[in-house]
Write a protein that binds this ligand. Structure first.
Ligand code: PLP
Length: 443
């Protein structure tokens, strides 16, 4: 077999552990304009490291404000990453045949992590830095439970306690991730809860609320600041989270040549808080900004929570109670409570300031996908590739499938990379509702 035959037949590029990235990539110094700073919620002056250290350990604050291009991944973090990284890049040949497309479709599969999504890329780093700075426990919020389970897993890995406020709609509707969090040793509360001032206020005003990430963030921050030995951890949105996720894109750059690809022509990722898409896209965007590639990037968000396509680009809080810094981002307003769609991880009112900035600069495009369309694509994908995608990832798949279906002639061929942020094995009730024709399509 010649090497070109080998490439022709290659379905999965699995890098050796030695190829696990040694550094995270910070896009800030490479952007054509610097991103607007986070502002202190009271003074509206740029936040200082000191302000942020009330919530986060010093190392993460430094990363949040960093202008350094590459940041070394500590050895203990790489060691935990090696449980599942490098993650595979897969050529979806059966899906291509099913669609009758001339495009070459690849998916970068983050569902191989211990909790089934990309979120462990950041939770492990965050737990590590908190542990070495003497923090004893972490508090956080979670929507569908992916971030909560990622943090619960990471806290056990580094000997920290973990307390999670889970959005009520998911706490009630998705018990398996709560069980997963509890199995990893975490304590889980339904949000809004009676345990915090913010929670009690919300329950008094809106007794029937299904909860929101913005509410759960307020509760987790309030608890962390009250405990003394605790800090808070956020699963998306902030710069340091995006930074940790760049292992995804760095690996893709190393994997594409195995298939004989010189570049990804189009990249699709789903965007809730923006971290998995930014983590995939930013290393590839570095290559484009340097003039080495012509890659296009598309963020796929739900029509039920369309911050990039319908929101305003302005300073807003990350939470309901206004405890976080003001972030310049595409936002629907911090009191926005989205419909309880199944893609719980995409139900956030705002968007990563870094991703928002690149969208605002026209470097990344955005599209909104309805719930029905997302599940149509997810089931097509599942049947072709024998892999059930997370409802969140299905938004990226739907956008990519529409693109691929429009490419039928060899001249329209292109390499399409989908960020498959997680698997949907714990979301099967949502698939069941879809198959029974009982899915609500929102707006
Ligand atoms: C949380 C989550 C998302 C959305 O978060 P981002 O920060 O936008 O990546 C997407 N997919 C999965 C599987 C998730 O768990």
């Amino acid at each position: 077999m010649t090497s070109s035959d080998a490439r022709e037949n290659l379905v999965k590029a699995v890098l050796p552990e030695s190829q696990l990235p040694r550094q995270w990539y910070n896009i800030v110094p490479d952007l054509p304009e610097p991103p607007p700073p986070h502002l202190h919620p009271a003074t509206r002056e740029p936040v200082t490291a000191g302000d942020m250290m009330a919530f986060f350990p010093r190392a993460l604050v430094e990363q949040e404000l960093s202008e350094q291009r590459y940041i070394d991944i500590p050895a203990p973090v790489r060691e935990v990453y090696q449980l599942w990284r490098p993650s595979p890049l897969v050529r979806a040949r059966r899906l291509e045949r099913e669609l009758g497309t001339s495009a070459r479709i690849y998916y970068k599969y983050e569902g191989v992590s211990p909790i089934g999504s990309h979120k462990a890329n950041s939770s492990v780093a965050q737990a590590y830095y908190n542990a070495i700075e003497g923090v004893r426990r972490l508090t956080t919020e979670t929507g569908a439970g992916q971030w909560g389970s990622a943090l619960a897993f990471a806290c056990t890995a580094f000997g920290l306690g973990c307390e999670v406020w889970q959005v009520r709609a998911s706490y009630d509707g998705k018990p398996y991730r709560r069980m997963l969090m509890e199995t990893f040793g975490a304590t889980v509360h339904s949000s809004p809860s009676e345990l915090t001032e913010a929670g009690r206020r919300m329950r008094a005003s809106f007794p029937d609320t299904s909860g929101s990430l913005g509410m759960a963030v307020s509760e987790a921050i309030e608890a962390a600041t009250g405990y003394g030995d605790a800090k808070y951890a956020l699963g998306s949105v902030l710069n340091h989270v995006v930074l940790h996720q760049t292992v995804i894109g760095e690996e893709v750059l190393a994997q594409l040549p195995y298939f004989g690809e010189e570049q990804a022509d189009v990249v699709y990722g789903c965007a809730g808080g923006g971290s998995n898409l930014a983590g995939l896209a930013f290393p590839l965007l570095r290559e484009r900004l340097a003039g080495r590639t012509t890659t296009r990037f598309v963020a796929a968000e739900p029509t039920a929570c369309p911050s990039l396509t319908q929101g305003r680009y302005e300073y807003d809080h990350g939470d309901v109670a206004g405890l976080t810094p003001l972030l310049k981002m595409y936002t629907l307003g911090s009191d926005f409570v989205p419909d309880p769609i199944h893609a719980g991880g995409l139900r956030y009112h705002g968007m990563s300031p870094l991703l928002s900035h690149t969208v605002n600069l026209g470097l990344i495009e955005a599209t909104a996908i309805g719930q029905q369309e997302a599940f149509d694509a997810a089931v097509t994908f599942a049947r072709a590739e024998a892999l059930v995608p997370a409802p969140e990832s299905s938004h990226a798949i739907a956008a990519a499938l529409a693109d691929a279906r429009a490419r039928t002639t060899p001249g329209q061929s292109a390499s399409i990379v989908i960020g498959l942020s997680g698997h949907g094995q714990l979301d099967l009730p949502a698939y069941s509702a879809y198959l029974a024709g009982e899915l609500a399509d929102t707006r």
